[in-house]
Design a protein around this ligand. Structure first.
Ligand code: GLY
Length: 563
């Protein structure tokens, strides 16, 4: 294998050692290509692949495999993801690489004898794991739409796993946060600790077994992961830690190429992910509702703007939780949910001054909440106008906390995204209904919202975010900031955000999102306001007449780079 370009290696090593825990906003500009990811090493890899003649898909696949090495908290081989792809010939595709429930999964697998959800069972350990999909997603994207040989695309990830990278402050922080749970699993400690202590900032993390798994994928394609030794390792580790995944489950996994979901908004086309993600449907419903109101007239952050935004969020999330699930298993009224006529009815019913109590919408589904998350997003465009928007996840930070012995990669805890008991909240407070109940082979409902806004059929804005249910609203708010409020991209990213998800019936707001009189106005309209930390971490690219602008959200450790 050819060594990494010298410049890239230097960049990677220094990125690992000098990474600051305090994020700064670093808008980037390029005329040939742009890469925005949550990890500076992965961004450097993406740019390098573009410079070496790869298209946006090659770069996205290289970034995906790199994140599995350098961003183990969310980048993954053992998780799932979604891909929105626009090709220079004008064709658009979505790849659904969401995990599936194993064959032995059942509707009540997380309930005790009294029918109550057993805390933690769908979150930590083997039983929380869905059959991994992301490797097939990456390989499907590369095979169908990439142009470089897979060896070239996977080379940086393999080299980073073999030679190691320096753990930065951010990774140390998330390791520290999850330490208690990580320590529960022998194989996890085998790979992510030294002398019994989890890796710390400044230490080099070498992942030889992970490199071997990547080499097997590089040589054997999907069979290198989904058949034989790796499939056996996954099933063995999952079962050893309480799970039910079999080799047959792993062998049977297939990512699915779909049509992206499209909605128009003020003359733009917004393209996002159809179910098994709820992201596209919710985003479309919110945009359709908001098109009825002159948000620009009220302005960003005005109480009237926020009132309409919150009501749109409330209605879209209520429909999410009531209707959405894997379309291969349940019938979802997609046409109605996506129609302008349905949004029109909702918009007319919104009281211009007062909040709608969430209990007034589908009261039979409402119960109380809780939360915690991680996922990662990357946006890429190349010099020919091919563009890719990818969100991928293990669900929580480090997923199930279980690392596959012999493979060195984390398994997801995506089973928590099912409705363990319809009506009972998952870790994001999403309650779900029968449509998202557990069935063997079914994909659990997601909130991931990889999105592209097209203008005259060409990419205009490419974006997405981690953050569980907050993803959908973070993406919405950046779109509104650019299209309705005409903000420059950096400002659109930085502008403080709010979040409402129907249940709980509260408005979460970032510091600075609500000035004093706006707070008073919202309270008097009947809203309950709750401050919280970062809402989303949006990786965005804007296409302008003079080139590509990229901004990695300062709420996270990301990095955008153009050339
Ligand atoms: N696991 C988070 C999501 O898919 O929404």
């Amino acid at each position: 294998m050819r060594p990494l370009a010298k410049g890239l290696l230097i960049l990677i090593i220094s990125a690992g050692t000098s990474f600051s825990q305090i994020s700064v906003l670093k808008p980037a500009f390029g005329t040939h290509g742009m890469v925005s990811t949550s990890d500076s090493i992965a961004t450097a890899v993406g740019v390098q692949i573009l410079k070496e003649g790869g298209n946006a898909v090659d770069a996205a696949v290289a970034v995906g495999f790199t994140l599995a090495v350098t961003y183990p908290q969310a980048g993954n081989l053992g998780g799932g993801g979604y891909y929105i792809i626009h090709l220079k010939d004008g064709k658009n595709y979505a790849i659904d690489a969401r995990e599936t429930a194993p064959a032995a999964a059942s509707r009540n697998m997380y309930l005790d004898a009294a029918g109550n959800v057993i805390p933690g069972k769908s979150l930590i350990g083997g039983l929380s794991v869905g059959v991994p999909g992301n490797v097939d997603g990456l390989l499907t994207a590369e095979k169908r739409f990439g142009k470089l040989p897979i060896e070239k695309v996977m080379e940086p990830a393999i080299e980073l796993a073999q030679k190691g990278f320096i753990v930065d402050g951010r990774l140390q922080e998330v390791f520290h946060h999850a330490e208690k749970e990580l320590k529960r699993f022998h194989s996890t400690m085998k790979y992510f600790s030294r002398n019994g202590e989890i890796y710390r900032q400044g230490e080099r993390l070498v992942q030889k077994d992970l490199a071997n798994v990547l080499l097997k994928i590089e040589k054997g394609g999907r069979d290198g992961f989904y058949k034989g030794e790796i499939a056996e390792m996954i099933a063995k580790e999952d079962q050893a830690t309480g799970g039910v995944i079999t080799v047959k489950d792993v062998e049977g996994y297939h990512a699915v190429v779909k049509e992206p979901l499209m909605v128009t908004y003020h003359g733009y086309e917004v393209m996002s992910m159809p179910p098994s993600s709820s992201g596209g449907v919710c985003l479309a419903e919110m945009l359709n509702i908001l098109e009825h109101f002159d948000l620009r007239k009220y302005g960003y952050g005005a109480s009237q703007t926020l009132h309409y935004e919150i009501e749109a969020m409330r209605h879209a999330f209520a429909d999410r939780d009531k209707y959405l699930g894997d379309l291969s298993f349940v019938s979802v009224p997609m046409k109605r949910l996506l129609s302008k006529a349905y949004a029109d009815t909702i918009a007319r019913e919104i009281d211009p001054f007062s909040a709608t109590p969430s209990i007034d919408i589908y009261p039979e589904l409402i119960h109380p909440p809780h939360e915690g998350t991680h996922t990662t997003h990357y946006s890429i465009i190349d010099n020919e106008g091919n563009a890719v928007s990818v969100t991928t996840t293990l669900n929580s930070y480090f997923g199930s906390m279980v690392v596959v012995n012999g493979g060195g990669f984390f398994l997801n805890n995506e089973m928590d995204d099912f409705s363990a008991k319809p009506g009972t909240p998952n870790q994001f407070g999403a309650i779900g209904a029968e449509a998202n109940s557990i069935q063997p082979g079914k994909r659990m409902l997601s909130s991931m919202t990889p999105t592209m806004v097209l203008k005259d059929g060409k990419p205009f804005l490419i974006l997405g975010s981690p953050g569980g249910t907050t993803i959908i609203n973070a993406v919405l708010e950046v779109i509104l900031n650019v299209i309705d409020f005409h903000m420059p991209l950096a400002r659109a990213e930085m502008a403080p955000r709010i979040h409402h998800q129907w249940v709980p019936d509260v408005v979460y707001y970032e510091p600075g999102a609500l000035v004093y009189d706006v707070k008073q106005s919202l309270i008097s309209r009947g809203y309950r306001l709750v401050p919280r930390e970062a809402i989303g971490e949006v990786q965005t690219i804007l296409v302008t007449p003079s080139g590509y602008e990229g901004v990695a959200d300062p709420r996270g450790p990301g990095d955008a780079e153009g050339y």
